[in-house]
Design a protein around this ligand. Sequence first.
Ligand SMILES: [Zn+2]
Length: 392
Amino acid sequence: MNTTEAFVGLECTSCEEVFGVDTHGRCPDCGAPLDPAYDYDAVDIERADLEGRPHEGLWHFDALLPFPADAAITTAEGATPLVEAPRLASELDVGRVVIKDDGRNPTGTTLDRGFSVAMTAAKQQDAEDATIAAPGHGAQSLAAYAGRANVRHHSFVPSRSTFQNKAMTNVHGGDMRVVGGRFPDAVEAKAEQVLDGWLDLQEFTTPYRHEGAKTIAYELAAGLEWDVPDAVVVPTGTGEFLVGVEKGFRELRTLGLVDDVPRLFAAQPEGCAPIATAFERGLDAPEPWTNPDTVCGELEITDPAGGELALRALEATDGAAVAVADDDALQSAYSAARYEGIEMGVNPGVAAAGAWDLADEFGDDATVVLLNTEAGGKTADLLRSHLMGKGI
Ligand SMILES: [Zn+2]
């Protein structure tokens, strides 16, 4: 495999055994997720190397990724802008609110970061077929990157997945199976129908999706001119983005590029909040959520694969978790568009709504980052029907 100098292998997040870079899936010994590990002494990087918004996107940071940029399967994901939200800052009574607008990724979501790295790994491993189950966005993102890599792809999505996701997954080509019901039904269908030789790119089965998400932290640190924000609020379903952001900041601190890491906050919908509930109860791992009920389909993850790691990330950063009502998430996404001109889907609307509940935690001179994981157009129908429900 064509790997970077500092990448040393895949370390188990539970038993800490380090496995070779050609290992597939979770820990062969204990079944926990694997995490790419690096020899940070071999990383020769300075602040200036991470600055700017380079045309090659997140592969600009390849000294801290498993694979070199010239081997990447990429459509220039990452390098998304930071947008000031002064009106929201004033309403929340904090110093500054900055929206990390990851809706501007190639397929409109943060997931592109992880699929770029995971598909690069798949290509290096000579995979011919890749598979996932996804609420919707993941299928579209996988389809885009697999198409570019000329890898066959098989996605399992629930029938309630959005029209836009299903249409664009088809447009990118490949095999999409629509399963009656919700995300767990799609997970079950995948388990029954997966064939030998299909590479499983489910989050935290592949070690590379949260690895792609860590580049958000590099872009935040550099984009805020190394003034580490006080808080980052992350809409949380599987835990992929939260775990990635925590790792990215931890690496910057290890490398001496920042002195501290921000407090991380997980925001979930009330109708499916296993991580927030586990945090509230002081548990080490979430309990599976029964009877999920939320319009935030991307966050309707009843048994999050990264749940335990997400809770660890909250604890490591002195963070917290919050659960918000669907109506508040819809209203927050609407307000971002209406008053700040920023298009945000209902799923990241959960983070914006969560910021209201967390405002007392932040302090009145705090810099708060909201991670916009999804372009507004991805859930335009939901946002519009929210308005119509209000008679607008
Ligand atoms: Zn292990």
